[in-house]
Design a protein around this ligand. Structure first.
Ligand SMILES: Cc1ncc(COP(=O)(O)O)c(C=O)c1O
Length: 292
């Protein structure tokens, strides 16, 4: 069955300072972002009417834009207020929230100095990113690697950096897996195609140092949650040869939340006590049932 495209759905979005019908939220074919990837975005979730870590996401959107050389003409506070306004206009309490900012259509060439900057906020209902949470997902090793920090602005949540994520995710899905584990340019374990990774051995939680991929807001939150439980968290370079030595593995992300992994390229893991504790702590935190 064909999915109804967003441009043909009822609803509202915030675009360049105004709430407008979703059907009217259009950009021109000659938009710089479409041709040259000059777009940054945020993926967030609202729980019971509250956008989790809304201010941090708005600040990261600004920081991503700065890393791509442009300034968003709305403050982080205005973007944060826009999210609440669209949620309310849409009558949604628990939803996925997507903010973005991009270079417009004044000129089309590699140089984009004349292009104005636009921003938008969209929200929609979206359940779990992965269905079978505690069962764990199956991953393969991605055919693409995270680029070195002098090859791409790796700290930005920039649309262009997702080309290799989509290619890797498609390769995984085509081979019957749910996601792919990306190595970095050195061959070290980096992250999944849209989430960070944590690996547990003898009760200690290991996670790659985020020196060439997104230091996720969920990642930072889960590290705090783990330390609050007196679990040891070790950030360090992790190599694929170590994978078989870990007992449990989970992913973190605003969309993925805490998602246990049961296999990476034939190596099996058993989602256990650490996965369950982190999954539940995160679920309680985002719903205000736990304070960090
Ligand atoms: C490539 C990538 N890494 C990591 C993350 C996790 O980031 P966050 O926890 O801030 O959502 C995401 C989430 O969007 C992502 O797309």
């Amino acid at each position: 069955m064909a999915l109804v495209p967003f441009h043909d759905r009822e609803g509202w979005v915030w675009m360049d300072g105004e709430i407008i019908p979703q059907r009217e939220a259009k950009v021109h074919l000659m938009t710089h972002a479409l041709h040259y990837g000059s777009c940054v975005f945020e993926g967030e979730r609202a729980y019971d009417g509250v956008v989790f870590r809304s201010a941090e996401h708005a600040q990261r959107l600004h920081q991503s834009a700065r890393l791509l050389g442009f300034q968003i003409p709305f403050t982080a506070e205005e973007i944060t207020a826009a999210k609440t306004a669209v949620l309310s206009k849409m009558g949604l309490e628990t939803a996925y929230v997507r903010c973005l900012a991009w270079r417009g259509s004044e000129a089309l060439g590699v140089s984009a100095k004349a292009n104005t900057i636009h921003a938008a906020v969209c929200v929609w209902e979206w359940g779990s990113y992965f269905e079978n949470k505690m069962t764990g997902i199956r991953m393969m090793v991605a055919p693409w690697r995270r680029p070195a920090p002098d090859t791409a602005p790796c700290e930005a949540k920039a649309a262009g950096l997702y080309m290799i994520c989509t290619l890797s995710k498609h390769a995984a899905e085509d081979a019957g897996f749910q996601d792919a584990l990306m190595m970095d340019w050195r061959g070290q374990i980096a992250e999944a195609t849209g989430a960070n990774i944590f690996l547990i051995r003898d009760g200690a939680i290991h996670t790659p140092t985020p020196d060439c991929f997104l230091n996720g807001i969920t990642r930072q939150t889960v590290i705090k949650l783990a330390r609050r439980r007196n679990l040891e968290v070790i950030e360090r370079p992790i190599f694929p040869g170590e994978l078989a030595s870990f007992d449990e593995v989970f992913l973190t992300g605003s969309a993925a939340e805490v998602t246990p992994v049961n296999e990476i390229a034939g190596i099996k893991f058993k989602p256990g006590a650490v996965c369950e504790t982190m999954l539940n702590d995160y679920a309680n935190l985002v719903r205000g049932k736990l304070v960090l």
